[in-house]
Write a protein that binds this ligand. Structure first.
Ligand SMILES: Nc1nc2c(ncn2[C@@H]2O[C@H](COP(=O)(O)OP(=O)(O)OP(=O)(O)O)[C@@H](O)[C@H]2O)c(=O)[nH]1
Ligand SMILES: [Mg+2]
Length: 402
């Protein structure tokens, strides 16, 4: 399952967003370092399911389908707050970043309302700088990566300069636990024009620049500009966008309230919806009614949604450019071997082929892959066919169909 990490300065709303995404009961409080250990949970990407277009009733297995909306699970991790010099041990340090080494994307939560100082202490809204919230986190992660590399740097230099191994290979080996491969390493070495045969000549700045670029390439970030329910956030969102970040305006607290109200069957609301429906008005207390009306007026009508669903959707579908694909065994009935209609959805990087899909389902299926059928058009696909958004694919493998 894909993994996304939530990182950020203390007290910006990381755990609130995590709670809204997962409905897990986690600690939330208005002071720094409330979270001291990472929280893990499951959240979902939201897409329009192909069941509607194909006019079938589906029986999802690895995902959920609610009123024609498909929800695809991903793993999400909420982490403790990061402050400047965390890599030197300030605050809670950075050890906990080990837990998000495998993340495909990072969600950096910023306090768009500027209601916290650089250490996460509450201040008058509008006085904190949300752009600094993101920069400090990026830089601390870069120091963390640099320090990881520094531990083995002399060994790597020796291996490379005695021609026992190549720098690309050694660096890729070093970072393989971080989902960083040799081609990413090679690209960065090339872009920065760093000499791969004499790493002993690299300066400290070269090393830092190298990990910075490597991080940008392999762990793209999306900024969740939180607290848009506060008026000061409007300016903060603008500043973050101007700084060039991929920004989603968010109210984690509003999403948490809506999700909990939906869970209690007080309202009809799916994550990512632009409005909700009150199921039975007589069941609401007057303060609940007031809170819901405020959310509708101040967030949904103004910003289009609470933004929380958009954060993960944008990370996977825009930033990482993944596409959803539906594998089926029977291309006529669109079922698996148990007769479930459109049972599964997989998300794959754009440019993936049916063989890549087979490997994503199971290594054995990848190895025995023969060809694939486009179940919509009922045609056999060529070896180099690039999968498209919402493709329904039947894989034919040696010895079995899967
Ligand atoms: N106005 C507003 N406040 C929010 C929002 N989301 C979270 N908060 C508040 O921000 C404070 C911090 O929330 P947490 O979720 O604990 O923040 P955190 O980033 O996990 O904090 P640490 O675990 O200490 O790093 C709490 O008082 C929340 O109620 C939001 O969307 N709007
Ligand atoms: Mg927290």
């Amino acid at each position: 399952m894909e993994l996304a990490g939530i990182v950020g300065k203390p007290n910006v709303g990381k755990s609130t967003m995590f709670a809204a995404m997962t409905l897990a009961p986690v600690e939330i409080a208005g002071y720094p370092f409330t979270t001291i250990k990472p929280n893990r949970g499951i959240t979902y990407l939201r897409i329009n399911c192909v069941c509607k277009e194909l006019g079938v009733k589906d029986n999802p297995r690895n995902s959920k389908c609610i009123d024609g909306v498909r929800f695809i699970p991903i793993e999400i991790i909420d982490t403790p707050g990061i402050i400047r010099k965390a890599h030197e041990g300030r605050g809670l340090g950075l050890q906990f970043l080990d837990e998000i080494r495998q993340a495909s994307a990072l969600i950096v939560v910023a306090d768009a309302a500027g209601a916290t100082d650089p250490d996460g202490n509450p201040v008058k809204p509008g006085s904190g700088d949300p752009v600094e919230d993101v920069r400090l986190v990026e830089e601390e992660i870069d120091y963390w990566l640099r320090d990881l590399l520094t531990v083995d740097w002399r060994k790597i230099v020796r291996i490379v300069e005695s021609k026992v191994g190549k720098l690309e290979e050694e660096l890729a080996k070093k970072f393989s636990g971080l989902r960083i491969d040799e081609s990413a390493v090679r690209d960065v070495l090339h872009e920065l024009d760093l000499n791969p045969s004499q790493p002993s000549k690299w300066s400290d700045e070269d090393l830092f620049e190298f990990v910075r670029k490597l991080r940008e390439k392999t762990k793209p970030i999306i900024v969740a500009a939180n607290k848009i329910d506060l008026p000061e956030a409007e300016d903060g969102v603008k500043k973050l966008k101007k700084a060039g970040y991929e920004v989603v305006p968010v109210s984690a607290e509003a999403e948490r309230i809506l999700r909990m109200a939906a869970e209690k069957k007080l309202i009809k609301y799916l994550p990512g919806d632009s409005d909700f429906e009150i199921i039975d008005d007589s069941k609401l207390t007057s303060s609940q009614r007031k809170a819901l009306n405020l959310i509708r007026e101040k967030i949904l009508e103004k910003w289009g949604s609470t933004g929380v669903q958009e954060v993960v959707n944008k990370a996977y579908f825009d930033l990482l450019k993944y596409i959803p694909v539906y594998p089926v065994e029977d291309p006529e009935k669109l079922t698996d071997h148990d007769g479930n209609v459109l049972p599964d959805v997989y998300i794959l990087p754009r440019g993936s082929t049916p063989r890549d899909l087979a490997y994503a389902i199971h290594t054995d299926l990848g190895k025995t892959f023969l060809y694939a059928i486009d179940a919509r058009r009922k045609i056999r696909l060529g070896e180099d066919y690039k999968l498209k958004w919402g493709d329904v694919i039947s894989i034919v493998a040696a010895g079995k169909r899967g």
